[in-house]
Design a protein around this ligand. Structure first.
Ligand code: AMP
Ligand code: GLY
Length: 435
């Protein structure tokens, strides 16, 4: 079958790498892709929110299935577009698209929607209230009597910047005012969720659902801060490990019973069209799981450790998702640890320059390592940086320390002007990794 994968990050390179291995995959297109995805299939120049153009491409190239990588097209309704304008295949069946409808994508696209969904289905999450311009004064009073720290969240997508954790009531009130009155995050902060601060350790659980059945993919933990020991600004993600060492059977049983099952049952009960990934951002508070957020897509860089540890054929899993047959599938995980370390442009997550020549890409990687491109572009046979997160190396190991050491060793043979990567990914789980 022919598959079109939408996106251009490390997540998409890992997905493309995985799908290209499948005997079910004839032609793989990646739009717009990067220099790494070009080695797995054909990059095509399509805009992710130009649905008509994507549909025309699918008809011209006999695409059987679209897999949507990032959230933007989902939150803008790409799945609904193809439900309204289906593409008929030669077999008479309809082209499938993996991802939730616009309504379902609100689990990520609207914090207020996600919180209300969790409330309806008794899924554990931080206590909260939502406010808008009409309830602004009430919001100020709520802030005043709230315990510290206090968490303010812009309702909509705000490029990862919409969550503020504040230790002072006056500061919280000022930020709240800027969000609502001055639209600090544009439309995204017209509504604000104010919630209780939870203290614990975070991890990510990945669910693939056909809207009725679900499977769990390998779990992972990512490292969001730019600086070592989790200091400095938030980024898209500087590295990840899988499996999560503290996610033992007892804890995962609680996650499944209290979070995953009620989430999928809730989608079904509310008749939400959702055939795709649910990324559950969890926090473990005294051995109990609480949901911090949902995303309607896979994580990046978590996918760069999840795909290497997934032993199933990804295309087969996606087909079962499209056909509502995930109850017939068993996920098999590689028993080894996988860790990824992300190399970023100097200055990221602030301003950074692009267009730096990347050297060392031809060198042989250690056999237990994989290179995934993120922000890269190929020009006349050479590869240049084209984003903040540039590339990552995932390695397998018997331990987190061993896998991270291999990734760092591989990254030391690659270079570009301004290149930076964290040397301490997985530090809580590996004494030997501290350097
Ligand atoms: P979100 O965009 O909802 O994932 O929030 C971004 C980050 O803020 C999370 O990964 C957490 O580290 C932190 N965070 C969000 N909500 C809370 C909360 N209620 N308590 C503690 N930390 C939180
Ligand atoms: N790594 C976190 C995310 O993909 O949102």
């Amino acid at each position: 079958m022919n598959i079109l994968l939408l996106g251009s990050g490390g997540r998409e390179h890992a997905m493309a790498w995985k799908m290209a291995k499948s005997p079910l995959c004839d032609r793989l297109f990646i739009a717009p892709g990067n220099a790494g995805t070009a080695q797995c299939g054909t990059n095509v120049d399509l805009k992710l929110t130009e649905f008509r153009q994507i549909r025309q491409f699918c008809m011209d190239e006999s695409v059987d299935m679209i897999l949507v990588g990032p959230e933007e097209p989902l939150v803008k309704g790409i799945v609904d577009y193809f439900r309204m304008h289906p593409v008929a295949l030669k077999s008479g069946a309809l082209m499938s698209i993996i991802g939730p409808s616009l309504y379902g994508a609100q689990l990520e696209g609207s914090k207020a929607f996600a919180k209300a969904f969790m409330d309806r289905h008794k899924i554990p999450t931080a206590a909260y209230r939502e406010f808008d311009a009409a309830s602004f004064e009430e919001g100020l009073l709520y802030i005043k009597q709230h315990t510290l720290p206090i968490v303010l969240k812009a309702d909509g997508l705000a490029a990862g910047k919409g969550v503020l954790i504040l230790n002072d009531h006056d500061e919280a009130a000022k930020e709240f005012e800027e969000m609502i009155k001055e639209e600090k995050f544009g439309d995204a902060s017209k509504k604000v969720v104010i919630e209780e601060f939870l203290s614990g350790i975070e991890m990510s659980v990945f669910v693939l659902t056909d809207g009725k059945n679900y499977v769990l993919l390998p779990d992972a933990k990512d490292y969001k801060r730019i600086g070592e020991a989790d200091t400095g600004l938030n980024t898209g993600g500087m590295g990840a490990v899988s499996p999560v060492p503290f996610a033992n059977d007892i804890f995962m049983k609680k996650v499944i019973e209290r979070v995953v099952r009620p989430t999928v049952a809730g989608l079904q009960e509310e008749r939400i069209d959702y055939k795709g990934f649910i990324f559950v951002g969890l926090i473990k508070v005294n051995e109990e799981p609480f949901v911090i957020e949902y995303n309607c897509r896979m994580g990046d860089p978590e996918t760069e450790v999840v795909m290497p540890r997934l032993q199933n054929d990804l295309v087969e899993l996606l087909l079962a998702t499209a056909n509502g047959e995930l109850d017939k599938v068993t996920v098999v995980q590689d028993p080894r640890v996988a860790c990824t370390v992300m190399a970023v442009s100097g200055g990221y997550p602030g301003d950074y320059e692009k267009g730096k020549l990347i050297k060392g890409l031809d060198a042989q990687l250690p056999p237990a390592s994989l290179l995934f491109h993120a922000g890269t572009v190929e020009k006349e046979g050479e590869v240049f940086t084209a984003g903040g997160r540039v590339l990552c190396v995932t390695s397998y190991g018997e331990s987190v320390g061993e896998a991270v050491a291999l990734s760092k060793q591989a990254l030391n043979t690659i270079s570009f002007d301004g290149m930076y990567f964290r040397k301490d990914i997985g530090y809580e789980f590996s004494e030997s990794n501290k350097s």
